[in-house]
Design a protein around this ligand. Structure first.
Ligand SMILES: [Zn+2]
Length: 291
């Protein structure tokens, strides 16, 4: 089933529930907005305790809100420094551990940055490191003895980062463990605003995705959506639906939702608007339901 929800806690949540309100309390608030998924951020590192994670899991389960998790931003699989590669693997296994406590279904991962290397060299290193990561995750699975959440590699917003649409499709095809997270704001930033109100660009992207991946991967398709300010190098910063109503930057959400419905695709759509992520997710949900 298609699901809409926020990445982390909105400004409105803190204003309404209290400035020191906890994520456990966010479960009820998110459900009250009609939203059914929530992405817990471990972007700055996996710092959550088992106790807190289990409390959050119980609260969200009670409200019928599915959890997903964003892995640390420090992960970089496009590199050859053995210590940094081991650290990246550790961030993934720490994310897996937290996700199991949270009962999170999906983990979102940024592939990395070539940082000084050629794109081709970065790609070679990434493929090598992903083969090893698959072994690390398989060992973790055997040790934990339970089914693991799926790993979703995200399309990135800066042209210098690894993670174009084609690069993410290639990663997903390397292992049955790897799935897509398509961030349409990021893709639009890389393409300097190519996504307009016309459904053409969304249809092009979805065609490439559906031709490049198996139905099984498409069935667990994850989306990040926000309007994003970009420059020549791509992404600059996230904005809100209210601050970019005419889609000066965009992208517009309406043609995406129309295309998803027409294709009967049912991704989880995580809204990453700056501070208004729950409100903007609810706006998308309402629009989708009225289609
Ligand atoms: Zn991300």
């Amino acid at each position: 089933m298609i699901k809409f929800g926020p990445a982390g806690n909105s400004a409105a949540f803190y204003n309404e529930v209290g400035q020191t309100a906890s994520t456990t309390e966010a479960a009820k608030w998110v459900a009250a907005q009609g939203l059914t998924v929530y992405e817990y951020s471990c972007g700055q590192g996996v710092n959550i305790t088992e106790k807190t994670a289990r409390e959050i899991a119980a609260a969200f389960e009670k409200e019928g809100v599915t959890l997903t998790l964003h892995a640390p931003y420090f992960i970089n699989l496009c590199q050859d420094d053995p210590l940094k590669i081991q650290n990246s693997f550790r961030y993934v296994t720490e994310s897996l551990t937290a996700a199991l406590y949270l009962k999170a279904e999906r983990i979102v991962i940024h592939p990395g940055s070539p940082s000084g290397k050629t794109r081709e060299r970065a790609r070679e290193l990434l493929v090598e490191n992903l083969v090893e990561l698959e072994n690390v995750v398989e060992a973790f699975r055997i040790k934990s003895g339970v089914e693991l959440p799926s790993l979703h590699f995200e399309t990135m917003g800066k042209i210098g980062q690894y993670g174009s649409l084609e690069e993410i499709i290639e990663i997903c095809n390397l292992s049955p463990l790897f799935f897509p997270c398509i961030d349409f704001g990021h893709l639009n930033s890389r393409m300097h605003g190519a996504i307009t109100q016309s459904p053409d660009e969304y249809n092009k992207i979805l065609d490439v995705l559906q031709e490049g991946l198996t139905d099984e991967k498409i069935a667990r398709f994850h989306i990040h959506f926000s309007k994003i300010v970009y420059g020549e190098g791509g992404e600059k910063c996230h904005t809100t639906f209210e601050d970019d109503p005419e889609n000066v930057y965009g992208p517009p959400f309406e043609p995406l939702l129309t295309a998803l419905k027409a294709r009967k695709l049912e991704p989880y759509i995580i809204c990453e608007s700056k501070g208004t992520q729950a409100k903007d997710a609810a706006t998308m949900l309402k629009y989708y339901n009225e289609l």
